[in-house]
Write a protein that binds this ligand. Structure first.
Ligand SMILES: [Zn+2]
Length: 262
């Protein structure tokens, strides 16, 4: 099984002590390439630096997460614009709206989101999207900016949101949320309606450890080596083999981000 992890926070400090080992375990598990999420100016710099050290294997996104939207101002925007043009950067984001936590004021979230959609259009790169409890504003802003090339990362919503995103042209990223028998059961229905050329897989590590790993890991830190569990959960829900899910999502990922075959 050959997989690509489209969302791993590999620059996160929880990986500082053993990042190389985490990458080796990922490779051994069949995760051949990874897109490292940038969620602030600093984490974007780290993601780019990391991906430069592993050409052809790691790639980066450049963006400011809605939690940090207040940090994106007229003064800091030019730095992000420059980072987004880096050759290692394959998408703009993580960006979007998060009205669940509201760590940044909503008007600043909307402004930061709109700026990053403009940046995606200007660079010709797809967007890596985050949305929580903000679907109506989120989809309105995407429509306003004519965004078609994007991935709704860590999708946890229902069939209505899925269909609206698909109609817009978006891809959908599925994490280990689907492995969670407490809160992910609805996703096992939702995932059946995502065409194979729109379905992408992600660990969102160090977050969202799949809950069905046997034996259960001693730590709560998720890592990309556990991505096959996500592939198997999706495959079980869709009535396909994990190999078929992996092959389709890997091909789809390479087209979407323009990644080389490895
Ligand atoms: Zn997110």
């Amino acid at each position: 099984m050959e997989l690509i992890d489209i969302g791993v926070n590999l620059a996160h400090d929880s990986f500082d002590a053993d990042r190389d080992k985490v990458m080796q375990r990922a490779t051994a598990a069949g995760v051949v390439q990874m897109v490292v999420t940038g969620s602030s100016e600093e984490s974007t710099r780290n993601a780019i630096e990391l991906s430069r050290a592993h050409p052809g294997v790691l790639f980066a996104t450049a963006g400011v997460h809605p939690h940090h939207a207040a940090d994106l101002t007229n003064n800091t925007l030019p730095a992000l614009q420059a980072l987004a043009r880096d050759a290692q950067v394959v998408a703009v984001g993580e960006c979007g709206l998060d009205y669940f936590r509201d760590f940044s004021p909503r008007d600043l979230q909307r402004r930061a989101f709109a700026w990053q959609l403009e940046l995606a259009t200007a660079t010709g790169k797809p967007v890596f999207l985050h949305q929580r409890d903000a679907h109506e504003d989120f989809i309105a802003i995407l429509r306003e900016h004519g965004i078609k090339r994007g991935v709704a990362h860590c999708f946890t919503a229902g069939e209505k949101e899925r269909d609206e995103y698909l109609a817009l042209g978006l891809h959908i990223g599925i994490t280990g949320w689907i492995n969670d028998e407490r809160r992910g059961l609805h996703l096992r229905e939702v995932v059946k309606g995502i065409p194979p050329d729109r379905l992408l897989l992600e660990s969102d590590a160090p977050y969202l450890m799949p809950r069905d790993i046997k034996p259960a890991p001693k730590t709560r830190r998720n890592e990309p080596a556990f991505l096959p569990y996500v592939a198997r959960a999706i495959a079980a829900a869709r009535g396909e083999t994990a190999e078929a899910v992996a092959a389709a999502s890997t091909a789809t990922t390479r087209v979407f981000f323009g990644l080389p075959v490895r």
